[in-house]
Design a protein around this ligand. Structure first.
Ligand code: GDP
Ligand code: MN
Length: 379
């Protein structure tokens, strides 16, 4: 779950990471009002769920309310990486002497959280990472103890005098607390600005692991509809986990891991999944109907594969659910079902009798659905 800069900054404040004073506005007049209240030089920034705003013209320094209005007008008119701007943030401008980069994220290779730091922060950090990887320091982060103090001070020492080093270390400690307490998958400060002898987080970027929201229910308020398509929102309301993709084979699977494996196999045999969809406990006909409704909205879909591994869920219940669902909703594309587990033979024979393609072997089912999708394709 991606947060807007102003949402991320509010968590920074909560965790003791210094950020400039800022307010948000949803129109140019609102931006002018904030700039008048702050006085002096301000920064107007697009609030979008992506970085690269500076390069896209979404960050403007202004020195009067009239300039703030004008800057906001321009920013509301642009898109940043395809995303329209619905809100701007106006902050008190920071005088920047130097821009550092500080971030924490998951490293799949080390299977742990990693702290990254660079003395060459700012809008070109991606280029630095690509062309000068040696300029990015990487240190492991322990979930209980954060970054090892000696390692951290050793790594950052060359860039700061003693006083600033303590400040930097405290910001990084707070970053680690935020990362683990709020179950983040990314916390990024770029730039971490050196300004009149102190450090300020001039930009704030946080991504939260959605699966943790049961623990941190308050973070639900940070969820932004801009991040999701209509299908994903409807799926969540129906208790399904859905991610749209751009292939033509609709997938319905019980269990997230099995859903990933199913998509892998479709690709392995040369097909293209149209979505990830975990229907969870799958014998409930209403869930099957809800899932089919969402899948079938996608006009690209040429065939559907349902893959069920029946454990506690009995395969004859699943078959009954599918048959009931097919009476409630027309399925205008080939529908291939792979059923295995408890009572699978009974389930398959019920489905075959009702006119569906039912398989026990997943390879067979995947080959079949790819063949069906190819046959259904026009042009
Ligand atoms: P991003 O491009 O989406 O990462 O947006 P940022 O908030 O990081 O802003 C981009 C750049 O604008 C920063 O790297 C700074 O160089 C500059 N910038 C942003 N806020 C301020 C500010 O308060 N003062 C100054 N001098 N520059 C700023
Ligand atoms: Mn930035």
């Amino acid at each position: 779950m991606k947060l807007f800069e102003h949402q991320s900054a509010s968590l920074f404040r909560e965790f003791g990471i210094p950020v400039p004073e800022a307010r948000t506005a949803s129109d140019p007049d609102g931006a002018a009002v904030i700039a008048r209240k702050f006085g002096g030089v301000c920064v107007v920034k697009a609030q979008v769920l992506s970085g690269g705003r500076g390069k896209a013209g979404g960050v403007k320094l202004v020195s009067s309310p009239a300039e703030a209005r004008e800057a906001a007008e321009k920013i509301f008119a642009i898109t940043v990486q395809g995303m329209p701007v619905g809100t701007v943030q106006v902050s008190r401008a920071v005088e920047i002497e130097k821009e550092f980069y500080a971030g924490m994220t998951l490293n799949r290779n080390t299977r742990g959280v990693e702290f990254m730091f660079s003395a060459e922060g700012g809008v070109d950090i991606e280029e630095t990472a690509a062309n000068h990887p040696e300029k990015i320091i990487r240190l492991p982060v322990d979930p209980f103890h954060g970054v090892d103090d000696t390692l951290l001070r050793g790594a950052l020492g060359p860039f700061f005098d003693a006083g600033l080093l303590d400040r930097a270390v405290s910001i990084i400690r707070n970053m680690g607390r935020l990362f683990f307490e709020k179950d983040c998958s990314l916390v990024e400060i770029n730039p971490l600005a050196l300004s009149s002898g102190s450090l300020v987080a001039v930009d704030a970027k946080i991504v939260i692991d959605d699966n943790s929201l049961v623990k941190n229910a308050d973070l639900e308020a940070f969820r932004n509809p801009e991040e999701y398509g209509r299908d994903e929102i409807d799926a969540r309301n129906a208790g399904l986990s859905f991610v749209g993709l751009d292939g033509d084979i609709g997938c319905m699977v019980n269990g997230a891991g099995l859903a990933m494996a199913t998509m892998d196999l479709i690709k392995h045999f040369g097909g293209f999944p149209a979505n990830f969809l975990d229907i969870g406990g799958s014998s409930n006909p209403q869930k099957v109907v809800d899932a089919l409704e969402i899948l079938l909205r996608n006009k690209k879909i040429r065939a559907i594969l349902m893959n069920i591994f029946g454990g506690i869920t009995r395969c004859d219940d699943v078959a009954r659910g599918v048959i009931l669902a097919s009476e409630k909703i027309a399925i205008p594309v080939p529908f291939v079902i792979r059923l295995i587990g408890t009572n699978d033979e009974l389930g398959r024979s019920m489905l075959k009798e009702a006119g569906f393609s039912a398989y026990s072997d997943l390879n067979d089912a995947v080959r079949r659905v790819i063949e069906d999708a190819g046959r259904g394709r026009k042009g």
